[in-house]
Design a protein around this ligand. Sequence first.
Ligand code: GUN
Length: 292
Amino acid sequence: MTILDGKKISNQIKEEITEEVKVMKANGEKVPHLAAVLVGNDGASLTYVGSKVRACKRIGFESTLVQMPSTTSELELLKKIDELNNNDDIDGFIVQLPLPKQIDTQKVLMAIDPNKDVDGFHPMNFGKMALDMSTFIPATPFGILELLERYKVETKGKHTVVIGRSHIVGRPMSILMGRKGFPGNSTVTLTHSHTKNITQITSQADIIITALGVPGFLKAEMVKDDVVIIDVGITRVPDETKEKGYYITGDVDFENVSKKASFITPVPGGVGPMTIAMLLKNTLLARERHRS
Ligand code: GUN
C-alpha cells in the first residue's frame, strides 16, 4: 500500500513555483497577485482562506485578502467583484464558498472575469473543461489529477466511482476522469444521495473518489482489494482533548480500508494541501494569460 502524500507533493509543487517566481523577480517582472474574498466569518472558511494567503506569501506571490461582513448584500459583493475584475494589478481571485444565504452563488460566480477565475467555477471555464479546452481546472480536482500523475497511478480503462456531485469536486472530477489522456480514460460512475445500493457500485470500483463530508462513510466491506482511494472529505469533529477543540477526519475508515487499498490519501495531508498548491499554479497561469 502506498500513501498518496499530498503534503510532500504539494511542497514539491510550491518549490517549483518559488523557483519560477525567483526568475520573474530577477528579470524585474511583476510577480503573480492573488486576491481572496471572504464573506462572513465561518471558521472553516477563515482557515482555508488564511492558508491560501499564507501560501502566497511563502512562495513570493502578492496576495490580498478582502474580508466582508456576513450581512453583505449581493449587490455589494458584485461591486467588489467588478472592482477586482478591473484592477489590473490583480491576476486572479477567488470568492470563498459557501456564501451567506442572501447571496445567489451562481450569480456571483458568473460575475467573475473568466480570465481571472482561478477557481475555475465560472460556467465558461467549466464548459471549457468539459470540452477538453485549455482552462482553469478547479483546484481540488486539479490536485487529485496531479497526485495520480506524480504517483503514476494507472487510470486508463479503470472503473472510477465518484461519491458526491458537488460543483466544486464530484461533478468536475467525474468529467475529468473520463477525459482522454492521463490521468483519465476511466469509465466513470457518479454516485450521490439518491444512488441505490451504493455498496454494489463501490465494490466494483478500481478507483474511488469520495467527496461527501460524512466521516467514516466508506468502509472496508464496500471496497475490493487493491482499490485506489482518494478521500476529499474534510470534517471537523469536536473533541475537547485536542488543542484546537476538534480533529479533522475524512470520508473513509482509513484504518480498515487502507489494509485493502493499493494507494490511499490520508486526511489530513492528502488532497487538502494539493488544493492550495494547484490554486497557486492556476494563479501563475492567470498571470501568464494576463500579461501575454
Ligand atoms: N469552498 C470549499 N472549497 C473551495 C474552493 O476550492 N474554492 C472556493 N472559492 N471555495 C471553496
